[in-house]
Design a protein around this ligand. Structure first.
Ligand code: AMP
Length: 300
C-alpha cells in the first residue's frame, strides 16, 4: 500500500554541549521518510533549493524513497538551527529560514493522489491541508504538528483536524493546545476537535494512544547515550505509518499499537547519531532485534 509523506526537507545545523554539526540532512519529511523506508517505499512530497547537496538526494534514493514529488527550486532550502542544553530534553530553536518552502504549493500527480496512507509531517497546517485535499480516498491519515503552528496557525490546524484520522503531538504541545495539564483530559479535548485517534509523545517516557477502545502505552527504548534527539518524533511517526502501509489488513487498533512500537524503535536509532547519520546506517534486522528486546522488557 502506498504511503505519501509531506513535510520539510531541510538542512539542519545542530549544536549540542559536545559538538556542532552544520547543514545536515534533516526536516520532518526526511526523518519520517527514512524511518518509513524500513517497511515500505514511501513517496516524498517536498521542496528544496538549488543549494541542496546531491549526496542527500542520492541518500533518499538509496533508501528506496520515491522522490518524484521532491521539487528542486531556485532559491534556498529550508534551514533550521537548534541548540540543546546539557539536559538533552531541552532544545532551543536558534533560527528558522523558510527559503523555497514559503511559496510551495504542490499539485499532486495521479500516483500521489491515489495514496492510501498519508502522513502530514510537521509543516504549516495550510500546506498539510492543501495536500490532503488532493488525495482521492486515503485509508488512514495522520497529522503531526509543533508549538509554532499552535501559536501562529491554530485556526488552520483546527480546520485540518476535522479531516484527519489521527493527531500526533508531544505532551507539552498537548498542554499548550488544550490548556490542560492532565493528559487524559487533554486527549478528550483533542478528540472533540476531530481525530478518532490521538497519540501523545512523551520523549524518553514513550507515547500514549487514546482511541475509541481505550488507551495503549508504548514504551521508549531505553538508551544510555543520547547523541542528538532531533527528528525522533518524525522518525516515530514515520516508522508507525511505514508499518501501517506495509500491513494494511486487520484491525486498525491492533496495527496502530504494533506500529507505535516500531515507531519507538526507529526513533531510538535516530537519537543515537547526529541528524540521520545513525538511522541511515541501520538495517531492518537491527530494527527487528530491538523490537524483540523491547518485547522482553515489557513482558510480565
Ligand atoms: P523533531 O525533533 O521531531 O521535533 O523534528 C526536528 C526536525 O523538524 C528538524 O529536522 C527540522 O528541520 C524540522 N523543523 C524544525 N522546525 C520546523 C518547522 N517550523 N516546520 C517543520 N519542520 C521543522
Amino acid at each position: 500500500m502506498s504511503l505519501l509523506i509531506v513535510g520539510t526537507t531541510a538542512l539542519d545545523s545542530i549544536k549540542t554541549p559536545y559538538s556542532e554539526n552544520p547543514r545536515l540532512l534533516g526536516g520532518s519529511a526526511s526523518h519520517a521518510a527514512v524511518a518509513a523506508s524500513f517497511f515500505c517505499s514511501p513517496q516524498l512530497l517536498g521542496i528544496v533549493g538549488n543549494d541542496f547537496p546531491q549526496e542527500y538526494l542520492d541518500l533518499y534514493k538509496k533508501h528506496n524513497i520515491d522522490i518524484e514529488g521532491l521539487e528542486v527550486a531556485d532559491g534556498k532550502t529550508f534551514h533550521w538551527s537548534g541548540e540543546y542544553e546539557v539536559n538533552m530534553n531541552n532544545r532551543h530553536t536558534l533560527e528558522t529560514e523558510l527559503g523555497v518552502i514559503e511559496k510551495y504549493n504542490p499539485s499532486l500527480n495521479s500516483k500521489q493522489k491515489a495514496a492510501q496512507y498519508v502522513l502530514l509531517a510537521n509543516c504549516a497546517p495550510q500546506l498539510q491541508h492543501h495536500v490532503l485535499d488532493q488525495v482521492d480516498k486515503p485509508a488512514f491519515t495522520i497529522v503531526d504538528t509543533m508549538d509554532l503552528w499552535l501559536n501562529i496557525a491554530r485556526e488552520e490546524l483546527l480546520r485540518l483536524l476535522k479531516d484527519v484520522d489521527c493527531l500526533v503531538l508531544n505532551d507539552s504541545e498537548a498542554h499548550l493546545f488544550t490548556e490542560e495539564d492532565n493528559i487524559v483530559i487533554a486527549a478528550k479535548k483533542l478528540h472533540a476537535a476531530g481525530p478518532r485517534y490521538v497519540i501523545v509523545k512523551k520523549g524518553e517516557h514513550g507515547a500514549i494512544l487514546s482511541s475509541p477502545q481505550g488507551y495503549f502505552l508504548a514504551p521508549a527504548y531505553p538508551l544510555e547515550n543520547l547523541t542528538d534527539p532531533t527528528g525522533a518524533g518524525d522518525s516515530f511517526v514515520g516508522g508507525l505509518m511505514g508499518y501501517l502501509a506495509n500491513n494494511p489488513d486487520g484491525d486498525i487498533e491492533d496495527r496502530l499499537r504494533r506500529g507505535m512500537i516500531y515507531g519507538s524503535v526507529t526513533a531510538s536509532f535516530c537519537c543515537q547519531g547526529f541528524g540521520l547519520n545513525t538511522t541511515t546506517a541501520t538495517t531492518r534486522h537491527d530494527i527487528d532485534q530491538r523490537m524483540n528486546e523491547l518485547r522482553k522488557m515489557t513482558n510480565y
